[in-house]
Design a protein around this ligand. Structure first.
Ligand SMILES: [Zn+2]
Length: 274
């Protein structure tokens, strides 16, 4: 006869369901006797969350101004003028060059793509973001990655992303979906239109995929909602940009919960923020 997996509790599980008594909850292969013990388990799972640190690269990335000069998009005088103007305006260099009419949006995008080591797209056919990928809209919005050209057989997806590029979000998507994720840098305006046009397709397993953005406090509510009637639930998570994307899967539903640290409850473990 197994016991509740909460180390503080350890209550025995009844052999047969007792009428009028909760059957408890199954999370990640363990049984918990009560909602309180389930809440503690959900918190503990997130407790070990390590926030990814930007990988150290051997060489510092080439500066945007240097790249633009190398690409002959601007000359030295223009760069100096933009840098002088930038001190007053506080704009990013790319935006400053564009506002002075010194560089086109495409040349800035191209240089940013080289700087980040990714491909870029100057436009995106909106039919490519509609009805291909099963990720819920709220997940897409939270990650800041707009999927397109999803291939369920090869398990590959391309995503539209803006600068500064969040590698942590790309990694989180690859981790929780087990898809190969290829980022394409796009202009902020192209990204906004793509996000607004994004429509998910029915999931490959025919079960609904939903998403919510939540606090740590509310995460356990989502776990409990999926764990009703003895339904086993698996919970996996990946951290990105000081948020945690939690994927809950039961036999009936897949639910994404993007958890943001809330003011009410301290984050379980002090995140290593960078
Ligand atoms: Zn218990």
């Amino acid at each position: 006869m197994p016991r509740c997996s909460d180390p503080q509790c350890g209550r025995w599980r009844p052999e047969r369901p007792v009428l009028g008594l909760s059957q408890g909850f199954r999370l990640n292969g363990s049984w918990y006797c009560s909602r309180e013990c389930l809440d503690a388990a959900a918190r503990l799972t997130l407790g070990g969350t390590q926030f990814p640190v930007s990988p150290a690269t051997g060489l510092p990335p080439l500066r945007l101004g240097v790249l633009l000069r190398h690409q002959r998009a601007i000359d030295g005088e223009q760069l100096q003028a933009a840098l002088d103007e930038q001190r007053m305006s506080g704009l990013k260099l790319g935006a400053q060059l564009r506002s002075l009419g010194m560089a086109s949006g495409e040349s800035v995008l191209k240089a940013l793509a080289v700087q980040n080591g990714v491909s870029y797209l100057s436009s995106l056919d909106l039919n490519r973001v509609r009805g291909g990928c099963p990720l819920p809209v709220a997940t897409v919005r939270a990650l800041g990655l707009v999927p397109f050209d999803f291939d369920p057989f090869e398990r590959r997806v391309s995503v539209a992303i803006t600068a500064p590029l969040s590698r942590a979000a790309v990694r989180a998507m690859a981790t929780l979906t087990q898809w190969t994720v290829e980022p394409f840098l796009v202009d902020d305006a192209v990204w906004s239109v793509a996000l607004a046009s994004y429509r998910p397709v029915e999931s490959p397993d025919g079960q609904p995929w939903s998403a919510a953005v939540s606090s740590v406090r509310q995460l356990a509510d989502h776990v409990a909602a999926l764990a009703v009637d003895g339904q086993p639930v698996t919970m996996r998570h990946a951290a990105f940009d000081s948020r945690t994307w939690v994927r809950l899967e039961s036999g009936r539903e897949t639910r994404d919960v993007v958890v943001t640290p809330d003011g009410g409850i301290p984050w379980p473990v002090q995140p290593t923020a960078h």
